[in-house]
Design a binder for this molecule. Structure first.
Ligand code: URA
Length: 210
């Protein structure tokens, strides 16, 4: 299967998934969307009300702000892949529980492996925790780290900017780095083409670019 077929197959599995209790209350699962060869992948927290209604990621107010942030970085949403750590809405927008994150993890792992993006943008603390255990978003937002074969850059969740308008300019500033980071990632990736290909994030050496 090519990466597009893998993503389609994963979406079909996600849409009928019964691996945790969120399946009981969802209207639509939200596998994620975007090109299979996207250079940038954004990982949010989980579907909210509107995403649950439509089966698409970031289509509510936070999604509108995310579109603005991407535009500030020089991208539009059609060129990036957008997904979440959990694919079904936690009722009442509560935090996803550890058992739910675990039930969904293999889907995200396989999406990342299929897309093999140059940059992963984590949005908020749940996706940040996948790469930066015990880190504080207020301390590391906007700071990219090269892990294995890609940059991981933690960003504030767009909803944080809606709840705290004073951090909106900071979030904008963080996203403005994106196109330069893509350039840097392309160069780093081609400089490493002699090294054995690795998609193994756990064993990756981490270099930070502040
Ligand atoms: N917030 C998220 O984290 N993900 C969405 O898809 C929508 C809102």
């Amino acid at each position: 299967m090519n990466s597009e077929e893998i993503l389609r197959d994963l979406a079909a599995q996600i849409n009928t998934c019964q691996n945790c209790v969120l399946a009981q209350t969802r209207k639509h699962a939200v596998p994620g969307e975007g090109p299979a060869n996207a250079e940038i992948m954004l990982i949010g927290e989980g579907p909210g009300f509107h995403e649950n209604e439509q089966g698409r990621p970031f289509v509510g107010q936070a999604g509108k702000f995310l579109d603005e942030l991407l535009a500030a970085g020089g991208f539009d949403r059609e060129t990036v892949f957008i997904t979440n750590v959990v694919k079904c809405r936690p009722p009442g927008n509560r935090d996803p529980q550890p058992v739910e994150l675990e039930a969904c993890q293999a889907y995200l792992d396989q999406q990342i492996a299929a897309i093999n993006p140059l940059i992963i943008v984590t949005l908020g603390r749940f996706s940040m925790a996948r790469y930066f255990k015990d880190a504080k978003i207020s301390q590391i937002h906007g700071h990219a780290s090269w892990m294995g074969n890609r940059f991981i850059i933690p960003m504030y969740h767009p909803a944080a900017g809606l709840h705290q308008p004073n951090i909106k300019p900071t979030i904008m500033q963080d996203f403005r780095q994106l196109s330069a980071l893509v350039e840097k990632a392309r160069k780093s990736a081609s400089a490493h083409t002699d090294a054995p290909a690795s998609n193994d994030e756990d064993n990756a050496t981490q270099l930070s670019f502040f």
